[in-house]
Design a binder for this molecule. Structure first.
Ligand code: ZN
Length: 247
């Protein structure tokens, strides 16, 4: 039987002779994969459709029980890849690896598809803001998957007003009253405001000049470490990005 749907390509990998194994996130937010045949021929109509984060309309064919179905068509709708934007293209690889790991077959979460789709649109319209957009996506992945508590209240006293001073393993964000620190220690000033700013913006509306230049890199690094730890290890694309841009 045939199945056709919108998807964002995650990773294409060389498979058996003249075949490519392609993973993607479906519009319902689960991970899928399929086999494309005849991809090594120079005239293969596929090749350009399978770049990471391409939005495509993809058709699969195979028996219901078959785990790896065959890709029978893959129509490219839009691609975020831009010539000459090294950092943006590295970020595209990181996002593809990230979503390849955090999505699962049969486990639907349409929010993950919507997030990756808007992030991809943001990258395409503002490739020079790639580092900020990656940090935005990482925050949202942590938050949507429940790996990061809501940055609204203190995890101990539930207070709304005191600044956060630490992200604790057991109780999440803790406030200055519950976990006092000396000035200059603990989380940077404005951490809570920064996180809530990320929560209220989109990858299109987010402006780097509205981000605190001291808070942003420190909090982004903290969240990235947490995300990579949850994933078990850093994907290779992240290593490349770290080396290239020192993020
Ligand atoms: Zn508290």
């Amino acid at each position: 039987m045939y199945d056709t749907f919108y998807a964002l390509i995650l990773k294409p990998m060389a498979y058996r002779d003249n075949e490519t194994l392609v993973s993607f996130i479906t519009e319902r937010g689960s991970r899928g994969s399929g086999i494309a045949k005849g991809t090594k021929r120079p005239t293969a109509r596929w090749v350009s459709s399978f770049e990471p984060l391409n939005l495509v309309n993809i058709s699969l064919f195979g028996k219901e029980s078959q785990s790896l179905k065959r890709i029978t068509s893959c129509e490219l709708i839009s691609s975020p890849m831009l010539l000459g934007h090294l950092e943006s293209n590295l970020v595209i690889s990181c996002l593809a690896d990230l979503f390849d790991r955090v999505t699962h077959e049969g486990l639907e979460d349409p929010r993950l598809f919507r997030l990756l789709k808007t992030v991809t649109e943001g990258l395409k319209s503002r490739p020079e803001e790639a580092a900020m957009i990656l940090a935005y996506a990482e925050f949202w992945v942590l938050y949507l998957l429940g790996w990061l508590p809501d940055p609204k209240t203190c995890g101990h006293c539930q207070g709304l007003n005191e600044p956060f001073t630490v992200l604790s393993e057991e109780r999440g964000w803790l406030c200055q009253r519950c976990h006092p620190v000396d000035q200059g220690e603990g989380l940077p000033k404005g951490t809570k405001e920064h996180l809530n700013h990320l929560k209220s913006e989109t990858p299109i509306s987010l402006q780097s000049q509205n981000l605190n230049p001291e808070t942003f890199p420190i909090v982004s690094r903290l969240l990235r470490q947490r995300l990579l730890r949850e994933m078990g290890s850093s994907p290779k694309s992240y290593e490349v990005l770290f080396r290239a841009s020192g993020l």
